[in-house]
Design a protein around this ligand. Structure first.
Ligand code: SF4
Length: 334
């Protein structure tokens, strides 16, 4: 069985708001990332996708606290590392492409200098070698070396996103987090950025954790999927199982509300209601106020993740979902 590169177990994160309230942003989130594979974290806004990335990278704002859980990366628990140890892991071993390339890039610094910065921060090579690497990285993401000395405003939206990807790859990490990497790009450029990520992944053997609300992106690039709702895992499975045998009512509604290019339909069924406020979560199943198949237990008892299919011998994702309508054993993560 393939060993996981990253094993997230029971990760629980809270935000302490200025008015004293506590937002329970994540609760008991578990999943595995295998080397060279792409896992998608999907769900509506505010379901905990970005907080999961920021918790694993230990980049939460001051109000955030990880109150429980582990994130084992290459056998080390990131939650137990000192800040200094964590700094040597970030960018060098795991890197992130942030949402909104224009805001993530420094507008008054040449793009090439920004790509060279993480290499210098980690003392990976001398200045000449670092400069050569900047040229290689620009080429790898399809930007001409001659544009190295330009500023972000001289780049198109797609080029800025490519530059962000080059920066994230500067120190040759084995894990890349991509937070909504195609949001705010037009459809053609989105497809190009996704193709680039797939190409780079194949070439470098990278593992990718992709945060997206776009199920089209998931279908295009992901091997496995974590569907999140109200800060918890609603369903976790291979991308194939999520598309062809979704078990959780929320996953089904999410799929029905998204245009299917393979089996187009005249109508799209939106999910009634809104996601829960994290400061005022519903009792029982967090989806119950919006669920059209709820039963008596749903507003009283919190459903546990139940195992639908065990992990395959190749180490693909298990299939589990948290719903009272499902029967079977509670899912156990190794
Ligand atoms: Fe719906 Fe109940 Fe299942 Fe939640 S536990 S998804 S409310 S049926």
């Amino acid at each position: 069985m393939t060993e996981s590169l990253l094993s997230v177990r029971n990760l629980t994160t809270e935000f302490h708001l200025p008015d004293g309230r506590i937002a329970r942003a994540l609760e008991d989130v578990s999943f595995d990332v295998l080397p060279g594979q792409t896992i998608g974290l999907v769900g509506e806004s505010g379901c905990g996708k970005t907080t999961t990335l920021m918790s694993v990278m230990r980049l939460l704002p001051a109000s955030g606290r990880i109150t429980a859980g582990h994130a084992l990366f290459k056998g080390r628990d990131l939650m137990q590392l000192s800040e200094q140890q964590m700094r040597s892991v970030r960018w060098r071993e795991m890197a992130i492409v942030f949402q909104g390339a224009m805001n993530a890039l420094n507008p008054v610094m040449k793009v090439g200098d920004q790509i060279r910065e993480p290499i210098e921060l980690h003392n990976l090579m001398d200045r000449d070698a670092a400069e050569k690497r900047v040229g290689e990285l620009l080429e790898m993401v399809g930007i001409q070396r001659s544009r190295r000395d330009q500023y972000p405003h001289q780049y198109s939206g797609g080029m800025r996103q490519r530059a962000m990807i080059a920066m994230a790859l500067a120190c040759s990490p084995s894990l890349l987090f991509a937070d909504e990497p195609t949001t705010a790009l037009d459809v053609m450029i989105q497809a190009q950025v996704l193709d680039l990520l797939k190409e780079i992944q194949k070439h470098l053997g990278l593992a990718i954790v992709m945060v997206t609300h776009d199920l089209g992106v998931v279908a295009e690039v992901c091997d496995s999927v974590v569907v999140m709702y109200g800060g918890k895992v609603a369903e976790y499975a291979s991308a194939d199982a999520i598309y062809n045998e979704p078990q959780h009512p929320y996953t089904r509604r999410l799929l029905a509300s998204f245009p299917d290019l393979i089996r187009p339909s005249d109508t799209l069924a939106s999910i009634p209601g809104t996601p829960p406020r994290l400061t005022d979560l519903p009792t029982g199943c967090r989806f119950h106020p919006r669920c059209d198949v709820k039963v008596e237990a749903c507003d009283k008892e919190t459903p546990v993740l139940k195992m639908i299919e065990e992990q395959s011998a190749e180490g693909g994702a298990i299939h589990c979902a948290a719903c009272h309508l499902l029967h079977g054993e509670e899912a156990k993560f190794q």
